[in-house]
Design a protein around this ligand. Sequence first.
Ligand SMILES: [Fe+2]
Length: 209
Amino acid sequence: MTATTEQRTPGTGTGTAQPLCRQGGGEIQPYGTLTRMPLGLEEKACAASVAALNQILADTMALRDLYKKHHWQVAGHTFYQLHLLFDKHHAEQSTLVDGIAERIQLLGGVSLAMAHDVAETSTVPRPPRGREEVPVQLSRLLEAHEIILKETRRYAREASANGDDGTNDFLISDVIRTNELQVWFVAEHLVDTPTVRAGRNGRAGGAAE
Ligand SMILES: [Fe+2]
């Protein structure tokens, strides 16, 4: 036997370059538990923020996916602008999802991640699988935004009371302000204003009577 063959892992014939696939094992941290980070925060403050952030995370992931659903399924004469707007808001909600999940981890918690866990946790009403009219799509989005805004303001105040100023600032500066701005952009599409001929107090010009 040569020196080269002696160094190989018995039975593989490929040495240490062989990927060690199909490995199993238990969790290193179960969901709902907390590791302690040297953040200068009390354990109960971290636990409260993690629980709050996971609820906001689930609802934000539901809203993010609602935007993509509507991006794909929108119909009608405003198709193009709404197709683009929904995708822009989807990208901004995706950024929030990452920020929320990473804040949960840095506080020592475990973030939700998978769709079935989100479905069990989110309080955003489940839409049908099929396509809906634009006003219904817009109303669904506004309802989801309002659910998130209400709970996030409450959780931001709780975080402040617990001394978790970082979570308080993140929830206000990122989550609340992003959602408030998106509400404006969506809600203005539900103003019933004429698109060609001015309404009651308007006066058409140019064409002869
Ligand atoms: Fe797309």
